[in-house]
Design a protein around this ligand. Structure first.
Ligand SMILES: NC(=O)c1ccc[n+]([C@@H]2O[C@H](COP(=O)([O-])OP(=O)(O)OC[C@H]3O[C@@H](n4cnc5c(N)ncnc54)[C@H](O)[C@@H]3O)[C@@H](O)[C@H]2O)c1
Ligand code: SF4
Length: 325
């Protein structure tokens, strides 16, 4: 007897990255998995890995009629739906002042509105079966603030809020709703991202280190859990930003007292995230809009602030060079 025998699980954004790992992990525990994604071909391939009872459906999470078609598929093919993993998401990497309204709205549309549509679509079928489990995917960006992903941050905080509201509303029907909070994990979405400066493990996680949380929340083992956040982040959110940045500036195991800030202009993509993070320490050069340090040498709290900016620079363009003990 496997942990998810008899259950049917639908995963959005299941064609790649974390979503595909959730599909495989759910299937490995006996669930019949419906892999959905805008990338229909890739979704079909993942369903092929999930055994003879898996299937795939093309689903854009911002399209309400596509959600209706996906739940109809579950009703016709399996007669039930027990688990929804609201996983599909996108990221747009720009600082607040460089983010245009359309990009902000698009990220919220997929990450937050899509999550709302998914919950709304599956509840009737779950209620018919006596209940279910909805797993909404937030992020460490949904419990804290990172520079350069303003729309993503808004959407991932919204996911946690909606989870709590829905958990309260849906409890009478036996539908549990929880949030998972993954830290930085190696997937196509994060291919160009530097490792998590704040993670106590200091490297990206793997999809298989997050998937067990989804299996637990999909299973009856989590029957007492609803409206809650479940974190798998390698310790990324365990420490305060100040502690994390001083962790970061202990570059070679020694806490150095002074650092020279350098910006590699070939790597700098002029996002301005460093300026947003440490406005006293970074500015933009008027000639080519690339970043420049406003101070040559920093120490103490300034070094921590510069460490945060270096951590947040997606191009790894900022170096803090230790000057001595
Ligand atoms: N990778 C990380 O470090 C990380 C950390 C925390 C949270 N997350 C969240 O986990 C989820 C999956 O992330 P990932 O890293 O695997 O991303 P990914 O980009 O590797 O995969 C996302 C999948 O979602 C699909 N998708 C995109 N827009 C869609 C839409 N409108 N409708 C349906 N499918 C759509 C894509 O086709 C793709 O298959 C996202 O919600 C992301 O925000 C990721
Ligand atoms: S130094 Fe980094 S964060 Fe600052 S503008 Fe350049 S690439 Fe962006």
């Amino acid at each position: 007897m496997s942990r998810l025998d008899g259950k049917v699980a639908l995963v959005s954004g299941g064609a790649a990255g974390l979503g595909a790992a959730y599909c495989r992990a759910l299937a490995a525990e006996g669930a019949r998995v419906v892999v959905t994604d805008v990338a229909a071909e890739a979704a079909r391939a993942v369903a092929g890995d999930c055994g003879p009872h898996a299937s795939s459906v093309a689903l854009d999470v911002v399209d309400e009629s596509a959600w209706a078609a996906a739940t109809d598929h579950c009703r016709r093919r399996y007669g039930r739906l027990d688990v929804l993993v609201n996983n599909a998401g996108i990221v747009h990497r720009t600082a607040l002042m460089e983010t245009d309204a359309a990009s902000f709205q698009r990220v919220l549309e997929v990450n937050a509105f899509g999550t709302f549509l998914g919950m709304k679509a599956v509840v009737p079928l779950m209620r018919e079966g006596g209940g279910g489990s909805i797993v909404n995917v937030s992020s460490t960006a949904g419990v804290t603030g990172f520079p350069g992903i303003i729309g993503y941050t808004a959407g991932k905080w919204a996911v946690r809020g909606m989870t709590k509201a829905a958990a309260v509303e849906l409890a009478p029907y036996g539908v549990r709703v929880n949030t998972i909070v993954p830290g930085l994990v190696e997937t196509p979405m994060t291919a160009g991202f530097a490792g998590p400066g704040g993670s106590l493990r200091r490297k990206k996680g793997s999809v298989d280190e997050v998937a067990p949380l989804v299996v637990f929340l999909a299973s009856d083992e989590s029957a007492f859990c609803t409206g809650a956040d479940f974190v798998a982040d390698g310790g990324e959110t365990a420490a305060t930003p100040a502690v994390r940045s001083s962790h970061e500036v202990r570059q070679e195991g020694t806490l150095m007292s002074a650092y020279k800030i350098e910006v590699d202009l070939d790597q700098c993509q002029a996002h301005g995230m460093c300026v947003a993070t440490a406005p006293g320490l970074f500015g933009m050069r008027p000639d080519d809009s690339k970043a420049m340090p406003l101070a040559d040498v920093v120490s103490g709290p300034e070094a921590e602030e510069a460490g945060l900016a270096a951590e947040g620079c997606p191009e790894l363009a900022i170096t803090l060079r230790p000057l001595g003990d």
